[in-house]
Design a protein around this ligand. Structure first.
Ligand code: FEO
Length: 436
């Protein structure tokens, strides 16, 4: 697939619709693109190679534009094999080309290929080369996504070759939403490295950028301000969307019933911005993406083999290894004997920064009982409570007090839920009186 990006810069990448799991784990129903670019100036440079299965198509793309003209440079920005697999094959077609990259990348080339590369130029951070009109500056971007990653800035075109950054899942011959698949890609692949992305965003803010050419997904122009804003949110682990995301596992339906009960209570209270995901039956990478997107999370699961149910265990592992933080979390646990799920969830999340756990934890013993219904109501109230800003005082003027006429227990809330049951004497809501 060839496409002209500017007068001198051409797309020579490929679309992959055969990949089953990208990076061995991510479902990509719309395929994947491996982007490569050609810069034609007094000197000719190719930016990165493509996945090993696409050598011929890629070389054909280059030759269809260059004809017999040789390539002077292959610039390697990232050594992950979806971009680097064809470096040695490229040299068979262009034996006089010089490979340009950095020390860490050349070390990885030795490790991957066990071949000595004769023509190579090792660059340092912020070094530049001149192709003629085009001056290319190499901006190191360690851990976005591997340690050797570098971006390349073309000051002639005000164009940033951004390696994996600003990429997305999906081939270029399929139209889909940039945000959704760029977010799932970012959280899944780069999510752990928010600080490094923040560092590189700071570096990029000093550059005048009109075009971004990533190694996956579309070339960005008009979308650049939007993409930068999203990257800033994602890499700072801030909430992107209002709402509540509920993730659950359920073996015999009892935990699922509690989740439905919580959703019903939220709706009764006028709050329906809720998404619910069964972790056993929905895409894990999408669920991980959603957990990072929302600020309020509910985790509902069963105790299992003295631990927690496997899909929830895996889910939380994905969150913690990506620096999950800045969330309000409610827990619903279920167990017929020795329930420990809530305790283990808290332990697993203990190293995450700025998590607030909602009280009470809903503790189900096999199936929900009246106490659980009250607990779910209290959790619903906490979930929909407006987050106070620093220095802000809670507005208590909307709160009322309802007293149980039998035992004197007092309930505080905006209203008394119809299905409320006194936790002390088990009397229904009809036996409560509002006292203010
Ligand atoms: Fe697209 Fe980190 O490789």
């Amino acid at each position: 697939m060839n496409k002209t990006i500017t007068k001198d810069i051409h797309y020579v990448g490929v679309n992959d619709h055969k990949v089953d799991l990208f990076e061995g784990q991510y479902k990509v129903p719309n395929g994947m693109s491996y982007n490569s670019y050609l810069i034609i100036d007094d000197k000719v440079a190719v930016m990165d190679t493509v996945d090993k299965n696409f050598l011929n198509e890629w070389i054909d793309n280059i030759k269809s534009i260059l004809k017999d003209r040789p390539v002077d440079y292959l610039i390697v920005q990232h050594m992950e094999p979806d971009h680097s697999a064809n470096i040695i094959n490229f040299l068979k077609h262009y034996p006089n080309a010089t490979i340009i990259s950095n020390k860490k990348a050349f070390k990885m080339m030795e490790q991957f290929f066990h071949v000595e590369i004769k023509n190579k130029l090792e660059v340092e951070n912020m070094d530049s080369i001149n192709l003629g009109h085009h001056a290319l500056t190499f901006v190191f971007a360690p851990m976005v996504h591997w340690p050797e990653v570098m971006f390349t800035y073309d000051s002639e075109e005000k164009l940033l070759f951004s390696a994996d950054a600003f990429g997305k899942f999906g081939a270029l011959d399929v139209e889909d939403d940039w945000d959704d698949e760029a977010r799932r890609y970012y959280i899944g692949i780069v999510g752990k490295y928010g600080q490094q992305v923040q560092n590189v965003l700071k570096k990029a803010s000093s550059l005048d950028i009109k075009i971004i050419c990533p190694l996956h997904g579309p070339v960005l122009t008009d979308l650049i301000p939007h993409a930068l804003e999203k990257y800033n949110i994602w890499s700072s682990y801030e909430k992107e969307k209002d709402g509540i995301a509920i993730f659950y596992t359920s073996v015999y339906g009892n935990t699922a019933k509690a989740v439905r009960g919580l959703v019903a209570k939220l709706r009764l209270k006028g709050y329906d911005n809720v998404i619910v995901k069964d972790l056993a039956r929905t895409d894990m990478s999408k669920n991980v993406e959603l957990a990072f997107t929302y600020g309020k999370i509910v985790l509902a699961t069963t105790t299992y083999n003295a631990g927690i149910f496997p899909f929830m265990d895996e889910f939380i592992n994905h969150l913690t290894e990506r620096n999950f933080q800045n969330k309000k979390i409610a827990i619903i646990e279920n167990g017929s004997w020795s329930p420990v799920a809530a305790q283990i969830i808290k332990e697993k999340l203990s190293k995450c920064k700025n998590l607030t756990f909602i009280e009470p934890i809903v503790k189900i013993l096999s199936s929900i009982d009246k106490d659980n219904i009250v607990q779910l109501d209290r959790v619903a109230n906490e979930l929909i409570k407006k987050d106070l800003q620093p220095g802000e005082v809670e507005d208590k003027s909307k709160l009322h007090h309802y007293v149980c006429t039998v035992c004197g227990y007092t309930y505080e809330g905006e209203y008394l839920p119809e299905d409320f049951v006194c936790p002390l004497c088990r009397r229904p809501a009809s036996e409560f009186e509002q006292i203010d």
